[in-house]
Design a protein around this ligand. Structure first.
Ligand SMILES: Cc1cc2nc3c(=O)[nH]c(=O)nc-3n(C[C@H](O)[C@H](O)[C@H](O)COP(=O)(O)OP(=O)(O)OC[C@H]3O[C@@H](n4cnc5c(N)ncnc54)[C@H](O)[C@@H]3O)c2cc1C
Length: 232
């Protein structure tokens, strides 16, 4: 999606203060005779913590990253985008309801860059959204409840939500949705979610990447060519 108003708004609204130490304690507990409390309380330099975390995650011991939960306030995404996001089953969502929140005028909507860049198509697109809005308003004015009038609203309609997930799921989400095969809007949304978190937790930058960056190869049928194709 384009920069500006036509892009998601994302803010990290909740995360634990001691993420690195918590993940390190979870990792170290698996291999130490010491108690988790002692491990947590003892001084460990971040290089040592990061080395162990990388070793444990690379071995697939993912329970160690499930202890961290983060929440994002997300708005100005399309229903097409939110529909893709809610496919991720380990995430929790509270989304603006089209049943309880009735549109009073032109509903907000997103425009894909491929339409935005063509002024003629953009004009038709806006007119089309206007017509849908008119019909929606006609329905609600004639007493059709919002929960039924919303049937005419398009995938382009803007939505908002609070989305929460643990670190394992965020890494999985990033691995799938930062891939160039993912659709542009969700790719941008997930990029923004990851950037919000890595601003405060830069050590996560190596994990919040497309899957090919972690694996060193691409398993997609239609590869973008960034990494060599997997031998199947
Ligand atoms: C580029 C792209 C194109 C896509 N195209 C389509 C499409 O055309 N049509 C379509 O329907 N979907 C499509 N999807 C959605 C896709 O099929 C998945 O539903 C979505 O990516 C969620 O992925 P997931 O199941 O790995 O992750 P999550 O639901 O986030 O789950 C994470 C992991 O938990 C485990 N898990 C979760 N639930 C179960 C379960 N019930 N049983 C066993 N293991 C489980 C799996 O290991 C899973 O990988 C697409 C996704 C991408 C990234």
């Amino acid at each position: 999606m384009t920069e500006g108003n036509n892009k998601p708004k994302v803010r990290l609204i909740c995360k634990p203060d001691n993420m690195l130490k918590t993940v390190y304690t979870a990792c170290r507990t698996c291999y130490s005779s010491d108690s988790p409390l002692n491990i947590y309380d003892c001084e460990a330099d971040s290089e040592k913590m990061l080395k162990l975390i990388e070793r444990v995650i690379s071995s697939g011991h993912y329970s160690t990253i499930e202890h961290i939960q983060v929440s994002f306030a997300i708005s100005n995404i399309s229903r097409a985008c939110s529909h893709q996001l809610v496919r991720h089953r380990h995430m929790s969502f509270s989304q603006k309801s089209q049943r309880y929140v009735k549109e009073k005028g032109q509903f907000d909507y997103l425009t894909p860059p491929t339409i935005e860049k063509d002024s003629e198509l953009k004009k038709k697109y806006d007119e089309f959204m206007g017509k849908i809005s008119e019909f929606y308003l006609e329905l609600t004015e004639k007493g059709v409840p919002a929960e039924d009038a919303r049937f005419v609203l398009p995938n382009a309609a803007a939505t908002s939500m609070v989305a929460s997930l643990n670190l394992r799921e965020l890494i999985h989400l990033a691995n799938l949705r930062l891939c160039t095969r993912a659709q542009a809007e969700i790719r941008l949304l997930v990029r923004m979610m990851c950037d919000e978190l890595t601003k405060e937790e830069p050590w996560l930058k190596n994990y919040l990447v497309p899957k090919c960056e972690r694996w060193g190869f691409c398993d997609e049928d239609k590869s973008c060519g960034r990494k060599p194709k997997a031998v199947k």
